[in-house]
Design a protein around this ligand. Structure first.
Ligand SMILES: [Fe+2]
Length: 194
């Protein structure tokens, strides 16, 4: 699948519409996570597509929070993004702010992992290491069950994502921790240089 743009163009677009470091960190993290998943799930040839959908999925959120997933097509078209990429981006808000249903496996992974990376990131911050590199699934499960912890990360969305994929929560947690470990260092380095 074609993205219609280079990574350099995607980064330029990201920076045009996102200045808060929290949002830039999230974009780079989900990019790295999607890259890992593409390879893990046998879609290595589509790695760039998966990664770019992750990088740009929240492109409109910082400036247009009330039009999340609605404004995105316009911003993405500005940079010549393909229809497939626009579909993928919009589908991550299915049932929340978009009626574009995740169809491709990549879209289901994005839907499930997006919200979960927020929870893993918040849990990592609490650790002495400030990292997910030494985080176990069992400790993430505890954070998942503690509704007061990172209350903004919707447990229902994470459950729904796992269901779409046909995975149990353990599998989604285990894979997404590994995905975040794979890119934590490079994401931090790139964020510092943005
Ligand atoms: Fe997101």
């Amino acid at each position: 699948m074609e993205t219609g743009m280079t990574r350099e163009e995607a980064i330029a677009l990201l920076k045009k519409y996102n200045q808060e470091s929290f949002h830039l960190l999230h974009a780079l993290t989900v990019e790295g996570v999607m890259r890992w998943y593409a390879k893990e799930l046998g879609y290595g040839e589509e790695e760039e597509f998966w990664a770019m959908a992750g990088l740009l999925h929240d492109i409109d959120f910082e400036k247009y929070p009330d039009q999340h997933c609605q404004k995105a097509p316009e911003l993405l078209k500005e940079a010549n993004a393909s229809e497939a990429l626009i579909h993928a981006v919009c589908s991550h808000g299915y049932g929340l702010c978009s009626d574009v249903k995740p169809e491709h496996l990549m879209e289901k992974v994005l839907f499930a992992a997006d919200e979960l990376t927020g929870l893993i990131g918040a849990a990592a911050k609490m650790r002495p290491s400030k990292s997910c590199c030494d985080m176990e699934v069992s400790s993430l499960k505890k954070k998942f069950k503690d509704k007061r912890f990172a209350a903004g990360c919707s447990r229902d969305v994470i459950r729904e994502g796992a269901e779409m994929l046909g995975w149990d929560l353990n599998e989604l947690f285990e894979k997404t921790i590994l995905a975040m470990r794979s890119c934590e260092e490079s994401v931090n380095n790139e964020l510092a240089a943005l």
